[in-house]
Design a protein around this ligand. Structure first.
Ligand SMILES: [Zn+2]
Length: 300
């Protein structure tokens, strides 16, 4: 694949122009192309640079097979898959319940709509944003959900959501600052914004280094740490209220990282690294492979 790219000249978070190339790594997952990670010398933020244009990034996404997983098939694999999905939804909802009460919710990057459907069944008024047409269509047909494309985001009304969620989505968004402003505009003054993101400061990220599967270049444009999210939140009028660990992600990411490395005993090493990554994390200072950030807007 040879495609047009854009270089970033100023740090997307602190806007310094003091940016240095850090290292190169491959898109092990799909294209096998080499990409560069840049680091801001002022705030430390790391990002994929240069990166594919927004208009071409879809070339780096595999046509997903998650639709087929969502079909009502039987068999052990399908049952386990559905059980895992249910537990995942219940886990997310348990966190949501601690921070907000039933109201109006927007899920950006809503995929096949299972999360919104779960909220809907708990009496939430819900809508979604999903760039993938097939996934959006699936959620409309199966759950009667209201799903719009990304360009509709700016047409949604100001101060209209009690809850906005982005589950592993913000790291894919080209217009990072524009999106953060949009989130502040859309959320109610007492609303809750939930961002789930990979954590570059995790033990597994450090151990796997350039093989860390959650770099996922060029699909992941940013490689956030907690400090980066703090800076980004402050810049856009949000405050981090709480951070939760996502313990299962370490297993998935470590297994995938071992697959990229391709050495013997990879499965067992992955389990060991994932366990160590989770053990190092504490409730006071969660450092797991991925983190869930609970943000509150700082607006009247
Ligand atoms: Zn910076």
């Amino acid at each position: 694949m040879e495609h047009k790219q854009e270089s970033i000249q100023i740090c997307p978070i602190c806007e310094s122009n003091n940016i240095k190339e850090q290292f190169q790594l491959k898109d092990y997952f799909l294209s096998q192309e080499v990409f560069t990670i840049s680091k801001c010398s002022v705030c430390g933020f790391q990002f994929t640079n240069p990166r594919p244009l927004k208009s071409q990034i879809s070339l780096y996404y595999k046509s997903e097979d998650y639709i087929s997983h969502s079909n009502k098939s039987t068999g052990l694999f399908a049952v386990l898959y559905q059980l895992a999905r249910y537990l995942n939804l219940a886990f997310k909802y348990a966190i949501i319940k601690k921070h907000t009460t039933v109201g109006k919710a927007l899920d950006i990057g809503s995929g096949t709509g299972h999360f919104l459907n779960y909220l809907q069944n708990k009496n939430w008024l819900v809508q979604g944003i999903e760039p993938d047409n097939e996934a959006a269509e699936f959620s409309r047909n199966n759950f009667e959900l209201k799903i719009n494309s990304e360009s509709e985001l700016k047409k949604l009304e100001y101060n209209s959501f009690d809850l906005i969620t982005m589950w592993h989505v913000l790291e894919h968004v080209h217009d990072l600052n524009e999106r953060m402003s949009e989130l502040l505009r859309l959320i109610k003054p007492k609303g809750t914004l939930i961002l789930a993101l990979p954590n570059l400061d995790s033990f597994d990220a450090n151990y796997y280094d350039k093989y860390w599967a959650a770099y996922d270049v060029p699909r992941h444009l940013y490689h956030f740490t907690k400090k980066d999210i703090e800076n980004l939140a402050t810049k856009h009028g949000f405050v981090i209220e709480k951070i939760y660990p996502m313990k299962l992600d370490a297993f998935y990411v470590s297994l995938l990282s071992e697959k990229f490395i391709g050495k013997k005993w990879g499965f067992f090493r992955a389990i060991y690294i994932a366990l160590r990554s989770n053990i190092k994390s504490s409730a006071q200072n969660p450092t797991t492979s991925s983190l869930i950030y609970i943000l509150c807007p700082n607006k009247a």
